[in-house]
Design a protein around this ligand. Structure first.
Ligand SMILES: [Zn+2]
Length: 100
């Protein structure tokens, strides 16, 4: 259990704001985002059983997921907005500027 080994699973260290907090509350595990606030007192994460795709690992899935979250607009408009949002997220990770 040392840091920096090659023995990592498919983790991309993504942290985001998918669950509505004003601090990073989502963590990527195997391409799926988990709610960091949704855990027991020992810090074990609960499975919310909804598949929230990681925008870094599963870009296309994440776009579809975000498009579903938008309440208004046509499917085309929502997909367009989601595409921009996910592109923004990825870009911000590259530049180190996290959105708030
Ligand atoms: Zn990821």
């Amino acid at each position: 259990m040392s840091e920096g080994t090659d023995n990592k699973s498919k983790q991309c260290n993504y942290q985001g704001y998918e669950f509505g907090a004003h601090y990073p509350d989502s963590i990527c595990i195997d391409g799926r985002l988990w709610d960091a606030d949704y855990c027991d007192s020992e810090g074990n994460l609960y499975d919310r059983e909804d598949d929230v795709p990681c925008p870094m690992c599963r870009r296309e899935d994440a776009i579809k997921w975000h498009a579903q979250q938008f309440g208004s607009g046509t499917y085309k408009e929502r997909m367009k907005a989601a595409r921009l949002l996910v592109a923004d997220i990825i870009n911000n990770r590259k530049t180190g500027k996290f959105p708030l």
